[in-house]
Write a protein that binds this ligand. Structure first.
Ligand SMILES: [Zn+2]
Length: 310
């Protein structure tokens, strides 16, 4: 049984963590780099471990690893050997596992909640390009090329001890299809598939989220379907679109509502949310059972979700 299924048998909701990269920046890390948060795997892994711990303490049932932008190809372009690159990707999982084990060692942390699980982040091809195309999805690649891109990192992550794969910020159905077909090569693992969306009904490249959910529904290795790194204002509608098309649990972890400027490597615009935790309660009422935050959300936002979800 995958960790999502087993927790949802006993609890009504699963609380995910919040932002990794933007929170590390808020804490002073310099991530203006194509490797983004993966840069810290090299420079300051302790800072990542501490942030995972802070999210568990805030109430997260899950840590999403710092492997979103970590790919063998990306590290090797920066002069690392293949072996070193594999080690760095493994390290992203180890840091989350260590934080989880340390957190769970303390009996006081176990009251009324499930043992947290570790989701290994599988960022989209666009995250490797580091040009913001994970919010557009117009790669122009064939499914087989996307499978080739995803295969080596997925293999490392599957072997690393993560409990599930978090395939996230996927902007186009063809990339989800490539990932799901690739999963068959790793039959022991489950994954969630989470899209970035551009409005109330469409994922980033313009396909209907309802069609994407319907396509994913038959695959047993897909543990949950959802939306992340999308403005909170679209989330209620997107949940309703997904709900009619799948019986799988629905996950949502929107960003703060600001938009990402890839050129300046910055976020701008107003935040939509004044009370992320309260909006999240509405998403639960709409039918999402797995709820957290993406870019620009903080441990306080996660605490606000855990307060009503627990
Ligand atoms: Zn995000």
């Amino acid at each position: 049984m995958n960790p999502i299924e087993s927790i949802l048998q006993k609890y009504p909701a699963i609380v995910l963590d919040g932002a990794l990269a933007t929170e590390l920046e808020r804490r002073g890390a310099d991530l203006k780099d194509k490797l983004w948060s993966a840069k810290l795997l090299i420079e300051n892994p302790e800072m990542i471990r501490q942030l995972h711990m802070d999210y568990f303490l805030a109430g997260a049932d899950c840590a999403i690893t710092a492997s979103y932008q970590a790919t063998l190809e990306g590290f090797m372009r920066r002069g690392f050997s293949e072996k070193e690159s594999i080690e760095l990707i493994r390290k992203s999982v180890q840091l989350a596992v260590e934080a989880r084990d340390e957190f769970w060692k303390d009996e006081a942390n176990r009251v009324g909640r499930p043992r947290p699980f570790v989701a290994a982040s599988v960022g989209p091809y666009g995250a490797f390009l580091a040009d913001g195309s994970e919010y557009r999805g117009n790669y122009g690649l064939a499914e087989s090329q996307l499978m080739e891109f995803h295969r080596p990192r997925m293999k490392v992550l599957v072997d690393s001890g993560a409990d599930i794969l978090a395939c996230e910020t996927i902007p186009c159905l063809i990339e989800a299809q490539a990932i799901v077909h690739l999963l068959k090569e790793f039959p022991s693992v489950s994954a969630w598939i989470s899209f970035s969306a551009k409005d109330e009904t469409h994922i980033s490249n313009g396909e209907k989220i309802a069609d994407c959910a319907a396509w994913l529904d038959p695959f047993p290795q897909v543990a949950a379907i959802g939306i992340n790194c999308t403005s909170p204002k679209f989330i209620s509608s997107l949940i309703r679109e997904v709900k009619g098309k799948t019986s799988k649990p629905i996950l949502v972890y929107p960003n703060s509502g600001e938009s990402y400027n890839a050129e300046k490597h910055d976020w701008n615009g107003d935040t939509f949310c004044t009370a992320f935790g309260e909006d999240a309660r509405q998403w639960y009422a709409d039918g999402a059972q797995i709820i957290g935050g993406c870019c620009r959300t903080t441990p306080d936002d996660i605490r606000a979700i855990a307060e009503w979800a627990r």
